[in-house]
Design a protein around this ligand. Structure first.
Ligand SMILES: [Zn+2]
Length: 79
């Protein structure tokens, strides 16, 4: 599970970008932290990079295929 220390630096949102499930190896729609829906493993993905491929890590049969969900979006806008 992703951790943080300072609540003032993280904002909750209902943005639909967090609802999509992404195919392994596809271009990441946003920079940030992605979580595998099968096993909970998390990965930080830089802007313009692709999500890890299907052979990135091993799953049990019950965990199924690797599917990625954006869980923390990195805000690249200047403040
Ligand atoms: Zn996994």
């Amino acid at each position: 599970m992703a951790l943080y220390k300072y609540p003032s630096l993280i904002t909750s949102t209902n943005d639909s970008v967090f609802d999509s499930i992404h195919t392994p190896g596809s271009p990441a729609s946003h920079a940030g932290i992605y979580r595998c829906e099968g096993c909970g493993r998390e990965m930080a993905i830089a802007q313009g990079h692709s999500l890890p491929p299907q052979n990135h890590h091993e799953h049990t049969q019950n965990q199924g295929l690797i599917r990625w969900r954006l869980i923390v979006l990195a805000d690249h806008r200047p403040h």
